[in-house]
Design a protein around this ligand. Structure first.
Ligand code: AMP
Ligand code: DBH
Length: 550
């Protein structure tokens, strides 16, 4: 298993549905034929001086957002970036995220969304795979300085021409200088073109890039806004990292802005931070992952903050167990909305007026009447409702292909265009889904997806590691945690702490460092290389749980 060896791939991303599907999605009004730039212009015209984004003391109106985004668009183009070029953005939960990305949209540039937790390995991969020419970062946030990281990425990929920095830019390009429009003409942007590249959680190896079009994505968050009851009176707290697909689009910040609501940036997900903002801004809805919901429910009874404005708590990204789900209304005094989605497209919601029974026990039903869902057995035959099977889907906002991934595309999509989600679900009456688990090998660590293979590759790079297999282990708080079974090479064995430090030192997101390391003499199956790693991982997981280590 050799880590990423590809050189820059310079082809522009595309996303194409067969013409008969595209025609149907347009006819039914899903694809409205407007671009992100058009949408922001419309919103500024309609909502003008109403507040769009709040970040600490900063309160920007819709009109101000447009002005700032237009200035940014011209700033990008004046650097020599051209429509269609890709630009990686790694921006935490700050208001500047919006002018930064809407500026890219207005300029016809294509953002590639990195998360604040990503480090050199991931960023380098995104830059190379997308052929990005620029990287937009925040100078520092929550105690981390992103500038040296960006420099290291640039040193590794010289094709990355520009570093654009929000805040103190030093010798690099300063984003804050772009406040005023300066007459550079902005291009017409085709709504059926790719608007941005979202990243997959990465079930095998490194994250794949997901090309989403203006048409499909705008449909998904506008329809989501309807399902979540978003109105101009909505105040949404962005408690998860804004670049993640859930807080971005389900309905997330874009869905809330598209309905004229207000978005409040929350710098970190700690209960004390979030609760203070809920009280101060009279927040009505927010979205969290299950471990955050648990922490918030634990903290709520003792808080001095008034949470009475909160109407809806959305929980998604990983399975929320029914026992916890049942406690949301009694502890937080609001309606729970379960959200089961994926950056590739399909999103399922419990409806706000569903009976408690459905809200507590299911992960919702598809957003669109034209979401097609199949639940199949291992041989590809449909299973009866109520039985577990593989979830496949296609529809008006689910991709047909990843960017530049011929092998993954062959695996992940059927000949007739269904996406194999890798999730095991049961379909219940009314089309509601109950998520049972994953078919493949990734660890869903508090909603952060970690590929077993990716961590194994990092462990194998250690000279004293002979072989390694990484599995998910149930965890009462995280849902799942990662456990690496390691066979040490002959000679002096490394310690668990050494190995963790080693993986972290390879410049990966902290959530990828194994939570637990267990040294073993060997794997039960001898010819490891010849056996499917899935089988090996399943054996190790079973052995670990049987020995009562969990
Ligand atoms: P990603 O590839 O990072 O977009 O992650 C999408 C995956 O997260 C889905 O395919 C599921 O495995 C998982 N997921 C998202 N929401 C839920 C949920 N509410 N319950 C269980 N799993 C979820
Ligand atoms: O986990 C996810 O990727 C996710 C969860 C809820 C998602 O992409 C979404 C909603 O849109």
């Amino acid at each position: 298993m050799i880590p990423e060896m590809t050189t820059s791939v310079q082809t522009a991303p595309t996303q194409i549905w067969p013409p008969e599907f595209a025609a149907r999605y347009r006819e039914r009004g899903y694809w409205a034929g407007i671009s992100f730039g058009d949408l922001l212009r419309q919103l500024a015209a309609e909502h003008g001086e109403r507040i769009a984004v709040v970040d600490g003391e900063r309160r920007w109106s819709y009109a101000e957002l447009l002005t700032r985004a237009q200035a940014a668009a011209q700033g990008y183009l004046s650097l020599g970036l051209a429509p269609g070029d890709r630009v990686v953005v790694q921006i935490p939960n700050v208001a500047d995220f919006f002018p930064a990305v809407f500026g890219l949209f207005l300029a016809g540039l294509v953002p590639v969304y990195a998360l604040p937790a990503h480090r050199q390995t991931e960023l380098t991969h995104f830059v190379r795979r997308s052929g990005a020419r620029a990287l937009v970062i925040m100078d520092r946030h929550e105690g981390f300085d992103y500038r040296p990281l960006a420099k290291d990425v640039q040193a590794e990929v010289p094709e990355l021409e520009h570093l654009i920095v929000i805040g103190d830019a030093g010798a690099d390009v300063g984003f804050d200088g772009w406040r005023r429009a300066d007459g550079v003409e902005l291009p017409d942007v085709d709504p059926s073109s790719v608007a941005f590249l979202q990243i997959s959680g990465g079930s095998t190896g490194l994250s794949k890039l997901i090309p989403r079009t203006h048409d499909d994505y705008i449909y998904s968050f506008r329809a989501s806004a309807e399902v979540s009851g978003i109105t101009p009176d909505t105040v949404y707290l962005t408690a998860l990292p804004v670049a993640h697909n859930f807080p971005m689009s389900s309905p997330g910040v874009f869905g809330v802005l598209s309905a004229g609501g207000q978005v409040v940036m929350c710098p970190n997900p700690r209960p004390e931070t979030a609760f203070a903002l809920i009280e101060k801004e009279r927040v009505t809805i927010t979205g969290v992952v299950p471990p955050m919901a648990l922490r918030w429910m634990q903290a709520a009874p003792r808080t001095k903050h008034d949470l009475s404005s909160l109407r809806v708590l959305q929980v998604g990204g990983a399975k929320f167990i029914p026992e916890a789900a049942a406690r949301v209304r009694p502890t937080l005094g609001c309606t729970l909305q379960q959200v089961f989605g994926m950056a590739e497209g399909l999103v399922n919601y419990t409806r706000l007026d569903d009976p408690d029974e459905t809200i507590v026990n299911t992960q919702g039903r598809p957003l669109s009447p034209d979401d097609e869902v199949l639940v199949l057995d291992d041989d590809g035959n449909p299973v009866p409702d109520g039985e577990a099977g593989h979830l496949l889907t296609r529809g008006p906002y689910t991709i047909r292909a990843y960017h530049n991934e011929p092998a993954a595309n062959a695996r992940s999509f059927t000949d007739d265009g269904f996406y194999r989600t890798g999730d095991i679900v049961k379909r219940l009456p009314g089309g509601y889904l109950s998520v049972q688990g994953r078919a493949g090998d990734h660890i869903n660590r508090a909603g952060e997806k970690v590929s077993a293979e990716d961590i194994e590759d990092h462990l194998l790079a250690h000279p004293q590691v002979h072989d390694a297999a990484v599995v998910s282990i149930p965890d009462p708080y995280l849902g799942e945690r990662s456990c690496a079974f390691v066979i040490a090479a002959e000679g002096e064995a490394p310690g668990a702490a050494d190995l963790k430090r080693f993986v972290r030192g390879r410049g990966v997101a902290v959530f990828k460092v194994p939570d637990q390391i267990v040294f073993v003499e060997g794997f039960a199956t001898t010819a490891v290389g010849k056996v499917s790693r899935n089988v090996l991982r399943a054996e190790l997981r079973a052995r670990f749980l049987k020995e009562g280590n969990a």
